[in-house]
Design a binder for this molecule. Structure first.
Ligand code: KIV
Ligand code: ZN
Length: 535
């Protein structure tokens, strides 16, 4: 790989040494990210994330896979209708039905893109698609042509491109561009490639595909070997003009390239890459927080850029250096990526506007209704705790976002008896509509297990607990406990979140939140289930 960014721009005229080329950021948090197990979002959540991504300054937003389910279709349609200033993209397999459906969802977007994909590697051709190379080329051409009949912004992805024979990849790419593709995305679908290989593959395409200058080359890397970011950076060094990535790196299996890492690598090492993006980096942490809260996928403490410890200096020698000169141990500043300067925020006398403002700085744009309900909880908390920290607000908002499904079952009261040598006993009262129901369960390994049984007995909804975590939202013994559960019901995963200064209560709230998600899901028509994955 060269050490200077002197390669020409795939999307325009050759860049001369020393000039800065713009890299498009294509965010697929709402599509590939949402495919992570347990990460599915409802419509309100997707709209909220879409607004945040727009504020972040991404260029293209992959809003979903419209044919996958009516829920996906509606989300893409609504995002296309409300989001402005960004290209909204919908995914489609290479067939008429998918492409027509994608366009139907996208057609109201001022800037729309249809993203068509078809696998090209020998392994996918033979075992999954059972198609010959000629059939693949014909199908790719036909799909791109159909999409291009709807809009002039068409992306084509040869799925598993990084394991596709060079000659065949060149042939498919050339045919797709001739049929109207304006972006050619090169996915490392299984996260198998290395940075050197990605560099060579992009260079090879640029050298061998005769019409390549008519399309932007894009890169889409999965993180199975932990190389997604490095591979994406290698691709842009080789001349790719677009990176596909997700917030916090969420996505299929080990995830996708993390947007915040790609962007900060390009920014911090501008001296090396000489590349730019449109991202407002001060929105990285707030957006990361929103996505984590919404999907329930926690960000590891030591995660680059947005992890809680990303800017914490523990070793004495480091602290000493930092006090003398920050750049001794810091290559970027916490403020630059959106970490707030102060943590101590509000108290009993703080008003609604102050709460809304703080929530916004933390990454949450609350609607009037959400603010109303978070403010009510905030006041209750302020009676119990003198000082309310950012962590408290994040937890309260997290619970509100979790409740964005209409809660059918509400907690009225509970009582717990437990001890080292006794069977736990939980008495639970829930409300459904106008009716209240009470059950006592004396069983289980502990009060949490007993609470699960009690909820199941009252609601009649059977679940298997797949994950359960409680963490304190802030420091101190009076801190709120945030409980998160992931439960399985009829083969699907549902998550729930609950917050209270009493951790048993937060757990019961989390279980109920998951149950309410199950109820709202089963009330949808049957066909609102994901399509079986034949791709
Ligand atoms: O990983 C992949 O190959 C994809 C394609 C649909 C672009 O997500
Ligand atoms: Zn992918």
């Amino acid at each position: 790989m060269p050490t200077e960014a002197t390669t020409p721009d795939a999307s325009g005229p050759a860049a001369t040494p020393g000039t800065t080329r713009m890299i498009k950021i294509f965010d697929t948090t709402l599509r590939d990210g949402e495919q992570s197990p347990g990460a599915s979002m409802n419509l309100a959540e997707k709209l909220e994330v879409a607004q945040a991504l727009n504020e972040l300054g991404i260029d293209i937003m992959e809003a979903g896979f419209p044919i996958a389910s009516p829920g996906d279709f509606d989300a893409v349609k609504q995002i296309a209708q409300v989001v402005r200033g960004v290209t909204v993209c919908g995914l489609a397999r290479c067939n008429d039905k998918d492409i027509d459906c994608a366009w139907e969802a996208l057609k109201h977007a001022p800037q729309a893109r249809i993203h068509v994909f078809l696998a090209t590697s020998a392994i996918h051709r033979e075992f999954k698609l059972r198609m010959t190379p000629d059939e693949i080329v014909q199908r790719a051409e036909a799909g791109v042509r159909r999409a291009a009949g709807y809009c002039d912004d068409v992306e084509f992805s040869p799925e598993d491109a990084c394991r596709t024979e060079h000659d065949f990849l060149c042939r498919v790419v050339e045919a797709a561009i001739a049929a109207g593709a304006t972006t050619i995305n090169i996915p490392d679908t299984v996260g198998y490639a290395t940075p050197g290989e990605v560099y060579d593959r992009i260079s090879m395409l640029r050298n061998r595909v005769p019409n390549i200058d008519r399309a932007v080359i894009s890169i889409h890397c999965h993180n199975d070997l932990g190389l997604a970011v490095a591979n994406s950076l290698a691709a842009v060094q080789a001349g790719a003009g677009q990176i596909e990535c997700t917030i916090n790196g969420i996505g299929e299996r080990a995830g996708n390239a993390a947007l915040e890492e790609v962007v900060m690598a390009l920014k911090t090492r501008h001296d090396f890459f000489e590349l730019r993006t449109n991202i407002d980096t001060t929105r990285l942490v707030p957006t990361s927080r929103l996505v984590s809260t919404t999907t329930g996928i926690a960000v590891q403490r030591n995660k680059a850029i947005v992890g809680r410890n990303a800017f914490a200096h523990e070793a004495g020698i480091h602290q000493d250096g930092m006090l003398k000169e920050r750049s001794t141990y810091e290559i970027m500043s916490p403020e630059e990526v959106g970490f707030a300067k102060t943590d101590l925020v509000l108290g009993k006398h703080s008003g609604r506007a102050a709460l809304a403002d703080r929530a916004r700085q933390l990454g949450f744009l609350l609607t009037g209704e959400q603010l109303q309900s978070v403010f009510a909880e905030f006041k209750k908390l302020a009676d119990k705790k003198k000082e309310i920290y950012d962590g408290d607000i994040i937890a309260l908002v997290g619970q509100e976002i979790g409740d964005s499904v209409e809660p059918q079952w509400k907690l009225i009261d509970f009582e717990v008896h437990d001890g080292r040598e006794r069977t736990p006993k939980v008495t639970l009262t829930l409300q459904h509509g106008q009716q209240q129901q009470t059950e006592t369960v004396e069983a289980g390994d502990g009060p949490i297990d007993a609470a699960f049984w009690a909820v199941e007995r009252i609601t009649g909804i059977e679940t298997v607990c797949r994950d359960f975590r409680v963490r304190s939202a802030t420091l101190g013994r009076d801190a709120q406990g945030e409980a998160r559960v992931e439960v399985e019901h009829k083969g699907r995963l549902y998550r729930g979140v609950g917050v209270s200064t009493d951790t048993v209560e937060s757990t019961i709230l989390a279980i109920l939140n998951a149950v309410n998600r199950i109820v709202s899901q089963t009330e949808m028509p049957d066909e609102d289930q994901p399509i079986s994955s034949e791709w």
